[in-house]
Design a protein around this ligand. Structure first.
Ligand code: NDP
Ligand code: GDR
Length: 326
């Protein structure tokens, strides 16, 4: 029987990589697309899977659209990747963030439970739920202490997923993913903001880069590796929660050094720390322990942070170069 996947957040970074992975495995693909003013299918196009996905209009805050999506797609697996995913914006729009990231999860769980309860369900949870960490490496037993409206909203989504699993016996799993990046990352996130700026500075289009807290440390992996973990979770007999991470942490400052030096530049000549870009409360350090995912799923990260950043700089050099030629 052909497997059928419904992906919310199909137009985002992870949506595109997951669509590419599942297309390669022969899935029939359906993607929920919220109507936007701007063109949003460029990532699917870059990975060559735009034609492989049937798009269904809908929004996580609109329960009726989710029922329609589930009824249309008749999915065997649902991946809930849709979210207001930018932590920085969550202080300015806390209610929208909660609406999409918390109530949106209830909505999609309800649509699945009432229409096709046997469907396997994946929830995109986040290391941001750990927030103010008090131990060296975070795993599935680490207590949560979110530090942003985004983190709080994701924590509610996480617990709704656990609760639907325990209340209704649904095959609902939650992946607690640490930061993962790629050349398809949105420009608002710090790695892509840096690699895009490196390309612009190198090609003479920009001279400085303003950043916030460059002492923050993150455990950065490659999105292409992380979507494999999502898929593996739904192939298990039993649903569960898993931390997905590389186990290596890097400061924003060191990340800048790696990215700038790949283009033959010294970040110290270009990066300006701007207090206006500091968050009201930040997560200072994250480092994940993915031992359970390795043991149960056989998953391990394949891409190391320096390789990832260099690939992102190379992709931005090509993009910015094309802009110049046009
Ligand atoms: P992106 O920001 O790239 O993509 C988010 C997606 O959600 C977009 O397709 C967006 O659509 C969609 N979306 C936003 N609001 C709604 C809504 N109301 N209804 C339906 N869809 C909506 O995020 P990523 O791909 O990086 O992340 C995927 C998921 O994983 C998110 O839930 C994120 O919070 C979570 N996560 C991400 C991590 C990371 O490091 N990347 C780490 C841990 C968790 P549009 O393009 O039209 O706005
Ligand atoms: P994060 O990623 O908040 O961890 O959320 P982001 O790249 O936005 O920030 C990482 C760290 O860098 C510091 N920083 C800056 N961040 C941005 N965006 N812009 C800046 O100019 C800047 N300067 C310093 C931040 O303060 C922070 O400490 C990402 C998202 O993908 C979430 O959806 C996901 O859940 C988590 O990762 C895990």
């Amino acid at each position: 029987m052909t497997k059928r996947a419904l992906i919310t957040g199909i137009t985002g970074q992870d949506g595109a990589y997951l669509a590419q992975l599942l297309h390669g495995k022969g899935y029939e693909l359906f993607g929920l697309v919220a109507r936007r003013g701007t063109e949003s299918l460029w990532r699917l196009r870059e990975l060559g899977v735009e034609q492989a996905v049937s798009l269904i209009q809908g929004d996580l805050t609109d329960l009726s659209s989710l029922f329609r999506a589930v009824e249309t797609a008749q999915p065997t697996e649902v991946y809930n990747l849709g979210a207001q995913s930018f932590v920085g914006a969550s202080w300015a729009q806390p209610a929208v963030t909660a609406q999409v990231n918390s109530i949106g999860v209830v909505n999609i769980l309800e649509a699945v439970r009432r229409s096709r309860p046997e469907t396997r369900f994946y929830q995109a949870s986040s290391s941001e739920m750990f927030g103010l960490v008090r131990n060296d490496a975070q795993d599935e037993s680490t207590p949560f202490y979110p530090r942003s409206p985004y983190g709080v909203s994701k924590l509610a989504g996480h617990w709704f997923t656990v609760n639907y699993r325990e209340s209704y016996g649904m095959h609902a799993s939650s992946g607690i993913l640490f930061n993962h990046e790629s050349p398809l990352r949105g420009l608002e996130f710090v790695t892509r903001k840096v690699t895009d700026a490196v390309a612009r500075i190198k090609l003479g289009k920009q001279s400085e880069l303003r950043l916030g807290n460059i002492d923050a440390q993150r455990d950065w992996g490659f999105a292409g590796d992380y979507v494999e973990a999502m898929w593996l979770m739904l192939q298990q007999d039993k649903p569960d929660d898993y931390v997905i991470a590389t186990g290596t942490t890097t400061t924003v400052r060191e990340m800048c050094r790696i990215a700038f030096s790949h283009a033959g530049l010294n970040y110290e000549n270009h990066v300006i720390v701007d207090p206006k870009l500091f968050r009201p409360a930040d997560v200072d350090m994250l480092r994940g322990n993915a031992a359970k995912a390795q043991r149960v799923l056989g998953w391990r990260p394949k891409t190391e942070v320096t390789t990832l950043l260099r690939a992102m700089v190379d992709a931005d050099m090509r993009r910015v170069g094309r802009e110049r030629a046009a």
